[in-house]
Write a protein that binds this ligand. Structure first.
Ligand code: INI
Length: 161
């Protein structure tokens, strides 16, 4: 029997891309700082000159899948983290944006074989979003941890063929 498990500290070989939406950037910039804090504390170089980490900003969550697709297909990254905030109160087309970004990200992940962390908050109010982006906890930190786990897990499982 083989047990495959991700690791959180053996990160020297990991290259990570983060795709972050500017829409609701009060929330998303906080998710990004939580995420980078987590990655840095686990040994990822998060400095400006880092060779391990790149960040791509997109206008809104709707644009996340396209840029994620390009980054994942580049072969440069072992994992991509997506960060966004879709708030029902501000968004008549909430369901459309949420559906497109969630299905888009899942489909990129399966098509490329690169794990993509779904860090798009979907909440009813800005207050709820802020609570998840640092006022209470910062889910950006969890997304960073999940990226380390999935990046190292996938690297440990031999690909078929
Ligand atoms: N994008 C978001 O990330 N969150 C939102 O709450 C949101 N609202 O409220 O509309 C939003 N809209 C922009 C959308 O993602 C696209 O950027 C835009 O439609 C251009 O394609």
């Amino acid at each position: 029997m083989v047990t495959f498990e991700g690791r959180f500290t053996d990160v020297a070989e990991l290259r990570i891309a983060v795709v972050v939406a500017r829409f609701n950037d009060l929330v998303t910039s906080r998710l990004l700082s939580g995420c980078l804090d987590c990655l840095g504390r686990h040994g990822i170089d998060t400095s400006a000159g880092s060779d391990q980490l790149d960040v791509a900003w997109v206008p809104g969550s709707f644009e996340i899948p396209l840029v994620t697709q390009r980054l994942a297909a580049s072969g440069r990254y072992q994992v991509v983290i997506t960060l966004g905030a879709v708030i029902r109160g501000d968004t008549p087309h909430f369901d459309v944006v949420v559906s497109e970004v969630s299905k888009g990200v899942a489909s990129v992940s399966r098509a490329t074989g690169v794990p993509v962390i779904f860090g798009v908050l979907t909440t009813d109010t800005m207050q709820q979003a802020l609570e998840r982006a640092g006022i209470k906890s910062n889910l950006g930190w969890s997304y960073g941890l999940q990226a380390l786990e999935m990046g190292s897990l996938m690297a440990s499982i031999p690909a078929l063929g």
